[in-house]
Write a protein that binds this ligand. Structure first.
Ligand code: IMP
Ligand code: MG
Length: 195
């Protein structure tokens, strides 16, 4: 597998340090409040698992699984919910925990969805952020590490289902990362690129 990578962009120690900072900030900001962390599957579970262990106040957690549609419908921001949360978030403070914000369409959809369920607040925490790719204006209250406009893998992020288990963030060699745009209705998980 090592021959698949171009370079390590962010090492595991850098990630650990930033996650610890975010955890301590969240613990201060939400002290005395009912906090529900909602991890976005699949990628967000690695970050969620690390982040929640850096939070020193009581928290509840749940997971949501989403999938965006292929290229042409993607711009509409329509997201398919594959698994919804079970926790009742009415009157609670919701913090959505995501691996990476790219266009921002997924998180805008999720934020609007959770807001319809009567929570006290809905905020966003992301491990990585690619602000140069943003298509919608969305506020990220807790931003981990800013990354360049490159396709990255590791720490929950995949390419065609692989590399989520890497402890750091890496770029792939050009030959490995085949750039073929997703056809309408085809999902990036199937191996095409969401553009
Ligand atoms: P968006 O913000 O709605 O465009 O979607 C962001 C999601 O797309 C992330 O949570 C990832 O699952 C996926 N994604 C975007 N860029 C990358 C990347 O560079 N590597 C792996 N997954 C990515
Ligand atoms: Mg994701």
């Amino acid at each position: 597998m090592t021959e698949d990578f171009e370079e390590i962009l962010i090492d595991s120690q850098q990630i650990r340090n930033r996650v610890a900072e975010l955890g301590s900030q969240i613990s201060k900001d939400y002290a005395g409040r009912e906090l529900v962390l909602v991890g976005v599957l699949k990628g967000g579970f690695v970050f969620l698992a690390d982040l929640m262990r850096e939070i020193t106040i009581p928290v509840d957690m749940d997971l949501i699984a989403v999938s965006s549609y292929g290229a042409s419908t993607k711009s509409s921001g329509v997201v398919r919910i594959l698994k919804d949360i079970d926790v009742n978030i009415t009157g609670k403070h919701v913090l959505i925990v995501e691996d990476l914000v790219d266009t921002g369409l997924t998180l805008k959809y999720l934020k609007d969805l959770f807001r319809t369920r009567g929570p006290e607040s809905v905020k966003i925490c992301t491990a990585f952020d690619k602000p140069s790719r943003r298509k919608v204006d969305i506020r990220i209250e807790y931003e981990g590490i800013i990354v360049p406009d490159k396709f990255i893998v590791g720490y929950g992020l995949d390419y065609a289902g692989k590399y989520r288990n890497l402890p750091d963030i890496r770029t792939l060699k050009p030959g490995i990362y085949a750039v073929s745009a997703c056809k309408d209705g085809e999902w990036p998980e199937k191996g095409c690129m969401d553009v």
